[in-house]
Design a binder for this molecule. Structure first.
Ligand SMILES: *[C@@H]1O[C@H](CO)[C@@H](O)[C@H](O)[C@H]1NC(C)=O
Length: 213
């Protein structure tokens, strides 16, 4: 209807005799064509609006997928947690006995994937919440007792003990623990006990993430 009014206005207002106003031109046919064109433009506009809104939706989906991918990649990186260390980096010797408990600091790092074990403090800090397997092994020569515990945030979880071994002592223990991010695991030599180590790494500590929770 807008088109029709415009053409009529054009004819009425024009002082020049144009082709469009000549009686030879079938003005109704022309108007019909314009009407059709108008309808097609309207449809195109509708389609364009639809495509644009679909495009917006796709942008959101792509952004969401990228964010998810990033978080999955981050999670996967965090999943790679495993460490293993022997007590002495080199040489041969006893650790203990002393009259207070002592955190054992394992210096010979075999592996430390994820860097969660600190060879300066002997402490493993859980980088993600998950189920972890942690184990330690103690060896000692004859004489004083050998006793070592595995601690979570300073609390004993499991222990080994050898009562005054005659020649030498061996003991091992391990646990599966649910750890929160930041939980700290260490091993402690009891007071007045000792362990021994040499290049064969008899006394050791290790663990790994079984799966995140
Ligand atoms: C402890 O383990 C060491 C190394 O495997 C071994 O030589 C020693 O005989 C063991 N000690 C005992 C009391 O079984």
């Amino acid at each position: 209807m807008v088109v029709l009014q415009m053409v009529l206005l054009l004819c009425a207002g024009s002082s020049l005799a144009t082709d469009s106003c000549s009686p030879n031109v079938n003005i109704y046919a022309e108007l019909e064509k314009l009407k059709n064109m108008d309808e097609r433009i309207q449809k195109l506009e509708e389609t364009l609006a639809k495509v644009l809104s679909e495009n917006e939706a796709l942008k959101t989906i792509v952004q969401d997928s990228q964010n998810k991918l990033k978080s999955v990649q981050k999670e996967n990186e965090a999943k790679k947690v495993a460490f293993s260390a022997g007590l002495l980096e080199s040489g041969t010797g006893h650790t203990g006995p002393i009259n207070t408990p002592k955190t054992l600091v394992y210096k010979k790092v075999f592996s430390n994937i994820g860097g969660a074990y600190d060879p300066n403090t002997g402490v493993f800090t859980a980088p993600v919440k998950g189920a972890y397997y942690l184990r330690f092994y103690g060896h000692s020569h004859g004489g004083p007792n050998m006793a070592v515990s595995l601690l979570k945030n300073g609390k004993t979880q499991c222990s080994v003990f050898a009562w005054k071994p005659t020649s030498n002592g061996n003991a091992s223990n391990g646990v599966v623990l649910t750890l929160e991010t930041g939980d700290q695991i260490s091993t402690q030599l009891w007071q007045n006990t000792w362990v021994f180590d040499d290049p064969a790494s008899y006394t050791s500590f290790g663990g790994f993430l079984i799966f995140p929770l």
